[in-house]
Ligand binder design. Structure first.
Ligand SMILES: [Zn+2]
Length: 215
């Protein structure tokens, strides 16, 4: 008897304004690898959602446990702003080398404490639950793969598969990938900076394919 794989939609939490934050989960009974992909964290950098939507819509290989999260900043996406509705940069709000500076609305305001924001907690709790082998965070629009502090061979392979250069950007306090690479070992989390604008269907498919060819 064959079984048909079905993805489930999982509620991860709610935004500051009460918008739902969801993931599509392709569960695997005995996964060889666990992959989590975030399409958007800065609300004005949404191109990666085209990639997570492709991953959500088709079954991965049977030994891959896959979580596709379109957007952990739905208030920012709705307002076309980098920050969440509390004026916090979610990618400075994770509990890695977190420090306080600035004021709400500043472009990299880290929040009043690490994990102060419901969107950050939703992503954090998912990642602590899953302990992914690989996590990818899509941003825009520097057109590169960031050497983010995990396994550089994985980052390099992704860069080759999608035809982007691999560069090392600044590792900011409170960033999600740094938090994961430092505290969730063994894991590799990295940032992909997509080009400006939206991805063509062909490019989005190339990225979605690369996610599954990584591991
Ligand atoms: Zn960004």
């Amino acid at each position: 008897m064959s079984t048909t794989r079905v993805a489930s939609v999982v509620l991860l939490g709610s935004s500051a304004r009460g918008r739902r934050i969801t993931a599509v989960h392709w569960a695997a009974p005995a996964p060889r690898v666990r992959i989590v992909v975030f399409g958007c964290i800065h609300g004005d950098e949404p191109a990666g959602i085209a990639i997570t939507q492709i991953l959500a819509a088709r079954a991965p290989p049977s030994d891959v446990d896959l979580w596709a999260v379109d957007d952990i900043n739905p208030d920012g996406l709705a307002a076309n702003t980098r920050l969440n509705a509390n004026g916090v940069d979610l990618n400075r709000n994770f509990p890695y080398a977190w420090r306080f500076y600035g004021r709400p609305g500043d472009s990299e305001y880290p929040g009043r404490a690490a994990l102060s924001e419901p969107e950050t907690r939703a992503a954090h709790d998912l990642l602590e639950l899953v302990h992914p082998t690989v996590t990818i965070w899509y941003h825009q629009h520097q057109d590169l793969v960031d050497e983010s502090g995990g396994d550089v061979a994985v980052e390099s392979r992704y860069a080759t598969l999608v035809g982007l250069p691999l560069r090392r950007l600044t590792r900011y306090p409170g960033s999600a990938a740094s938090w994961q690479n430092v505290t969730l070992a063994p894991t590799t989390a990295f940032v992909v900076e997509l080009p400006a604008g939206s991805l063509s269907p062909r490019d989005a498919t190339r990225h979605a394919d690369a996610v599954l060819e990584l591991v």
